[in-house]
Design a protein around this ligand. Structure first.
Ligand SMILES: *[C@@H]1O[C@H](CO)[C@@H](O)[C@H](O)[C@H]1NC(C)=O
Ligand SMILES: *[C@@H]1O[C@H](CO)[C@@H](O)[C@H](O)[C@H]1NC(C)=O
Ligand SMILES: *[C@@H]1O[C@H](CO)[C@@H](O)[C@H](O)[C@H]1NC(C)=O
Ligand SMILES: *[C@@H]1O[C@H](CO)[C@@H](O)[C@H](O)[C@H]1NC(C)=O
Ligand SMILES: *[C@@H]1O[C@H](CO)[C@@H](O)[C@H](O)[C@H]1NC(C)=O
Length: 368
């Protein structure tokens, strides 16, 4: 842990340890025409490789893939260099693999040992678990055990090899508790606080194709009418006891679209008749820009939710722009959060939003 602390002088001249800011993004290995060499690393501290999965029977990673070593080597030699982590799971993965492997000590050990071996073999600086999602209190308890054992293995490996500790992070639900669908369940906060370097709260997807009856700001900072908001989710983590220095806010570089029931009713919460353009109504911000330009969409800033929406005819799209994103980063900073991450690289045009996020806020780690 100490390895990752920096010593910063405060304005008052005293010296205190503060963990360095995290400005991260996920790189999608399946996206074409966006190789690791295209990443402008001056906006980031950490880049995540998405995604890897262990074998569903052995729980080991049997991966021989030059994409991995190309990714870590390219990013380590960039100016400036960034740290790399590989992310395990993802929303398209079979979550029952995690359910099974986390439930027994033997399979947890096989999985953990293999993950460490993979990280070293391909030159990663750390690991990230993106189990979407544990579905019961029992699975949450297993997740807590997995993190305990993973931390121990990382500490032991660092001691025995003399190398820097691998980072251990997890991408988690936007809020500490699941109260909307499935059984009520809560993340193992003590284990998370004890064992992880930080968590990436997926502060988005509050509304979408699964409920098209009303339009919605899918990554609203605030929502006066419900608990589906980034401010609610992040505060729930803090109130549950996760240190602010271990909490990282998610920022979406994509929008979600609806078809309006009545083109004259085009606000947030207006009646929807289905999804709009994009696969499952999802559009990258480059696609949103293109749609707005081609169709002369009306772009509106919504102060209540701190989000943007555009509409034309019966098409409605909710998303974030540079202004709403930097406002959210300001919120994160005001709550002392460790930083932010973007989902995902390659979704925006010309680094417009990442650049703005980087230059406006979190410039200086002295702020922490
Ligand atoms: C390596 O991984 C990438 C992305 O995960 C995949 O597109 C590619 O097919 C893999 N190559 C091999 C040789 O397995
Ligand atoms: C990254 O972006 C910065 C700021 O826009 C620019 O000065 C720099 O040349 C870019 N680097 C690369 C490698 O594109
Ligand atoms: C990564 O792959 C690209 C494209 O195949 C290649 O041009 C580049 O040299 C490779 N970089 C490293 C460090 O292996
Ligand atoms: C939001 O959550 C709080 C508890 O965290 C609860 O008291 C409140 O009723 C919830 N509000 C809504 C609108 O569901
Ligand atoms: C991003 O922020 C860092 C830290 O303040 C700064 O050193 C770097 O120059 C910034 N990058 C760009 C391209 O502005």
């Amino acid at each position: 842990m100490v390895v990752f602390m920096t010593i910063t002088a405060t304005a008052a001249g005293s010296v205190m340890a503060s963990p360095p800011v995290v400005k991260a993004a996920y790189w999608l290995s399946w996206v074409e025409n966006f190789p690791p060499s295209a990443i402008n690393t001056s906006f980031f501290t950490h880049i995540y490789y998405a995604f890897l999965m262990p074998n569903d029977v052995t729980y080991k990673f049997n991966i021989e893939n030059s994409t991995l070593s190309n990714f870590t080597t390219t990013l380590r030699h960039k100016n400036p260099p960034v740290k790399t982590l590989f992310s395990i799971g993802g929303d398209g993965s079979d979550s029952t693999i995690f359910t099974r492997l986390a439930s027994e000590a033997g399979s947890r050990k096989v999985f953990i040992d293999s993950s460490l071996e993979m990280a070293r073999k391909f030159g990663f600086d750390g690991l990230d678990l993106n189990w979407e999602f544990p579905e019961s209190p029992k699975q949450m308890q297993d997740l807590g055990r997995l993190f305990d054992e993973w931390r121990l293995a990382i500490d032991n490996e660092a001691t025995s090899t003399g190398q820097a500790h691998l980072l251990l992070t997890a991408s988690v639900y936007y809020s500490v508790e699941f109260f909307i669908y499935g059984d009520y369940r809560k993340y193992p906060v003590d284990s998370i606080s004890r064992n992880l370097d930080w968590i990436n709260a997926m502060s988005y997807d509050y509304h979408g194709s699964w409920d098209t009856s009303l339009t919605g700001a899918h990554a609203a900072l605030y929502d006066p009418k419900s608990n589906l908001s980034t401010s609610y989710g992040l505060k729930s983590w803090l109130q549950a006891g996760v240190p602010s220095s271990k909490l990282v806010m998610g920022l979406p570089l994509y929008g979600r679209s609806w078809t309006l029931k009545d083109p004259k009713l085009h606000q947030i919460g207006s009646p929807g008749a289905g999804i709009g353009p994009g696969d499952l109504g999802i559009l990258t911000l480059s696609e949103v820009d293109e749609f707005n330009r081609k169709n002369a969409g009306t772009v509106t800033f919504d102060t209540e939710t701190v989000s943007i929406y555009s509409f034309v005819g019966t098409t409605w799209i909710g998303y974030d722009d540079a202004l709403t994103t930097t406002t959210k980063i300001g919120f994160a900073q005001a709550h002392g959060l460790r930083g932010y991450f973007f989902w995902a690289l390659s979704f925006e045009r010309e680094w417009e939003i990442t650049r703005q996020g980087n230059i406006t806020i979190y410039q200086n780690s002295k702020l922490f």
